[in-house]
Design a protein. Structure first.
Length: 334
């Protein structure tokens, strides 16, 4: 819009130059309607001249007027046409390039992450994914606000403008081929509708949804969410814990930030670890084990020895890279 505004101003400037040229040399022009050339007549002549309409009712008759027409009006007419045609061609080319880029992206995208909503929660989710090593081109932002979507696009994410609860919008984001869908809308009713639509469209994808109220968490799970984060209640619990035990609150807050300090990680049990007890596993301090969809704490009596398919959640020790384990965690079957 800024570039288009500049071109409109340039076109108006050309009109003004031609109008002033005719107005200054008005004695050398004649009007078929009779009477002297007024400034309105000069503006009229400028408009029909630079747009190549040329009715011929106002014409230059003196050598000076004809010379001004040849040296000023004609170049202004050519410049105006170049400006008009150039703007049209550029806009059409940009539209074609954008459509072509989107079509190529839609054909090749797979196992990406779709974030519905780019508010505070959506921004934090996208930032956490990228901090954990995920390329920005594997994150797709869906938001109905064009300014917010433009902000996400400027940050390097692929964006889709529209309501995430609509099937056509999620299809545009290729949610049907996504590895995970994060529902981070501002309202719980929108989150429920978005979750229902996403689950119908992508039955194999991991869906993580945020709810403001605990009472709506059950609706989200019934709608197809694999995990539900109750944002308001979680923040309230953290506030309460921190007020009573500041160090505990600081540790919990530190665990939520992946770029430094403590960082929980998840990986699949290795072949050499099958049959071992949890306390014999090196490389990380394990705090929980996911087994057949159930999360078992490290002190759960039912844990026993590790089995094939178990996933270990814990604090990685120095020397074991998170990137390798993060990729392994993406291989989890739905």
């Amino acid at each position: 819009m800024r570039a288009l505004s500049w071109r409109v101003l340039m076109g108006l400037a050309l009109l003004l130059v031609v109008a002033l040229t005719v107005w200054v040399g008005r004695e050398g022009f004649t009007d078929d309607a009779g009477g002297p050339i007024s400034f309105l007549d000069a503006v009229y002549y400028a408009s029909v001249s630079v747009t190549t309409t040329g009715y011929g009712d106002i014409t230059p008759v003196t050598p000076g007027a004809r010379l001004a027409t040849a040296l000023i009006v004609t170049p202004a007419r050519v410049a105006f046409l170049l400006l008009l045609v150039g703007t049209t061609v550029e806009l059409l080319t940009e539209r074609w390039r954008e459509a072509h880029r989107r079509n190529r992206w839609r054909q090749g995208v797979k196992d990406h992450y779709v974030i519905c909503g780019y508010g505070v929660k959506g921004r934090a989710a996208a930032r956490a994914l990228c901090e954990d090593g995920l390329p920005r081109d594997e994150v797709v932002i869906v938001d109905e606000n064009r300014d917010t979507a433009a902000e996400a696009s400027n940050a390097g994410y692929t964006t889709v403008v529209g309501e995430a609860s609509r099937t056509v919008v999620l299809r545009e984001a290729r949610a049907d081929r996504a590895k995970a869908i994060i529902v981070a809308t501002d309202r719980d009713d929108s989150a429920v509708l978005t979750t229902l639509t996403a689950r119908e469209l992508a039955p194999q994808a991991m869906i993580v949804a945020a709810a403001r109220e605990e009472e709506n968490a059950g609706l989200l799970r019934q709608g197809g969410a694999d995990e539900v984060i109750v944002s308001a209640e979680t923040a309230g619990r953290l506030l309460g814990i921190t007020s009573l035990q500041p160090s505990v609150g600081e540790v919990v807050s530190d665990l939520l930030h992946t770029t430094g300090g403590l960082a929980l990680d998840e990986r699949e049990v290795e072949e050499s670890e099958i049959g071992e007890r949890l306390e014999d596993i090196g490389g990380q301090r394990t705090v929980a084990v996911e087994r057949e969809g159930t999360l078992l704490r490290y002190d759960d009596p039912a844990l026993g020895r590790l089995r094939r398919g178990d996933r270990l959640v814990g604090l990685p020790l120095a020397g074991r890279g998170r990137r390798r384990r993060r990729r392994a965690s993406h291989d989890r079957p739905s």
